[in-house]
Design a protein around this ligand. Structure first.
Ligand code: NAP
Length: 172
């Protein structure tokens, strides 16, 4: 993929939840129910633009409320509740006035934006629901930001517990 041109003032954050097998989902919907993690996701992303791939949008079935939704796809032409763009660069260009955007998946989209992200916010679940769609690898260019990370699991919510870990670039 051609290198993306990111505006200097744009902060790119990515957020996801993964199980003990690094699974994100089965391609249809997220195979767990952890309401407090959904609340956490909402609290982080509310009011900011969210960028997602077509498969993620289809799995959600509708746009995330309270956020400008941008869906990357070559096959969708139009959505009533979201802006469709044909590439990652088109998503960045469409949101060029935004100070902060959230990349909300799925796996293909995380992988494509990983080299450009400034922050990763990962919910680690304490159970296993093995599925085919996997979380992106976090390499050693990232370090944990202890100020924004949980030291231990949060209390049980729905099917399990989760711990939020925030990563920033090593050089930042
Ligand atoms: N656990 C979590 O936190 C979490 C978060 C988000 C998603 N998910 C799960 O992830 C799964 C979806 O992930 P996924 O990897 O299958 O799909 P995805 O990344 O959501 O979407 C892939 C689609 O996006 C479009 N796309 C991707 N790169 C593109 C590019 N460079 N240019 C133009 N279009 C591009 C293509 O659509 P076209 O075919 O139309 O071109 C492609 O088929 C779902 O199961 C969802 O539940 C889990």
């Amino acid at each position: 993929m051609k290198k993306l041109e990111i505006p200097k003032n744009m902060h790119i954050a990515m957020i996801w939840a993964q199980d003990l097998s690094a699974s994100l989902g089965d391609g249809k919907k997220i195979p767990w129910h952890v309401p407090d993690d959904l609340k956490y996701f909402k609290a982080c992303t509310h009011g900011y633009p969210v960028v997602m791939g077509k498969n993620n949008y289809l799995s959600l079935t509708k746009a995330l409320p309270g956020r400008k939704n941008v869906v990357i796809s070559t096959s969708l032409e139009h959505l009533d509740d979201a802006q469709v763009v044909s590439s990652p660069q088109a998503a960045i260009d469409y949101l060029s006035d935004s100070d902060k955007i959230w990349i909300v998946g799925g796996a293909q989209i995380y992988k494509e934006f990983m080299p450009y992200a400034h922050e990763l916010v990962v919910s680690y679940l304490d159970f296993c629901r093995p599925a085919s769609i996997k979380a992106p690898k976090i390499d050693d260019s990232w370090i944990v930001n202890p100020k924004a990370s949980d030291k231990k699991f949060r209390p049980q919510s729905g099917e399990g517990r989760f711990k939020v870990v925030s990563f920033i670039r090593r050089h930042e």
